[in-house]
Design a protein around this ligand. Structure first.
Ligand code: COA
Length: 197
């Protein structure tokens, strides 16, 4: 069973942000974003593949992002400032499962210079609305390393429920790390959405 997710992505605008599907045209900006935030993200990132800081790598990832979105398996979004167009963050809705689960994994990161301004809260509110109303998902799951206090505050602010701690959950920054698993349920999920072919 699937729920007929949209195959084209309409840009989402919030008060300060523009959310678009990651695409090859974002390659230069994404490579620059990763280079600028190398140390900022290192503590929370899985091992970086070869070429991770190059535009070529992000061009390929942009192609993958579009293919995955069309296939209904992921929505990888880039977040830009409506003020000056600068790419300030990423929000990834991945591992989209349908059937009786209707769930996906949520990941996010913001440019260090834009931290602490409520921008990720603003972007995630829009992404959650999109995931629930347009992708018609029932559940979002997010996991953070037990010491990631900013991520913990962010998810709490957005209403995610803590489900527990999963030991050695992900290989991050050179070791298997314990993670807090959280989830947010779509209270407006319509069971008729389960009936689409
Ligand atoms: C996790 C992460 C996205 C959180 O970013 P953030 O900037 O703290 O989150 P927000 O954009 O929602 O900002 C919230 C902060 O802005 C403040 N703020 C300022 N203006 C605000 C506004 N207009 N609205 C809401 N909050 C505002 C809040 O008080 C809050 O500050 P506090 O955390 O000191 O209480 C960021 O730290 C990050 O990218 N870290 C590295 C990657 C990472 O850890 N990813 C997640 C892995 S699980």
């Amino acid at each position: 069973m699937t729920t007929n997710p949209p195959t084209t992505f309409a840009t989402i605008e919030t008060a300060r942000l523009r959310l678009e599907l990651a695409a090859p045209e974002h390659a230069q900006a994404l490579a620059a974003f990763m280079r600028a935030n190398d140390a900022h993200f290192a503590r929370w990132d899985p091992p970086r593949p070869a070429g991770f800081h190059t535009a070529e790598y992000w061009h390929t990832q942009g192609e993958r992002s579009i293919a995955e979105y069309r296939a209904g398996s992921a929505a990888r979004l880039v977040m830009s400032s409506r003020y000056d167009g600068a790419l300030v963050g990423r929000i990834n809705l991945t591992q989209i499962f349908r059937g009786p689960f209707q769930s996906c994994a949520l990941g996010y990161q913001i440019d260090e210079a834009h931290q602490g301004r409520g921008l990720m809260t603003e972007g995630l509110k829009a992404a959650i609305t999109f995931a629930f109303a347009k992708l018609k998902l029932h559940r979002l799951q997010a996991a953070y390393i037990t010491t990631n206090e900013r991520s913990a505050r962010l998810l709490e602010r957005l209403g995610f429920t803590k489900l527990g701690i999963s030991d050695d959950y992900l290989f991050i920054d050179g070791a298997w790390r314990d993670h807090v698993i959280t989830a947010l349920i779509n209270k407006d999920f319509d069971e008729a959405w389960l009936q689409h072919p």
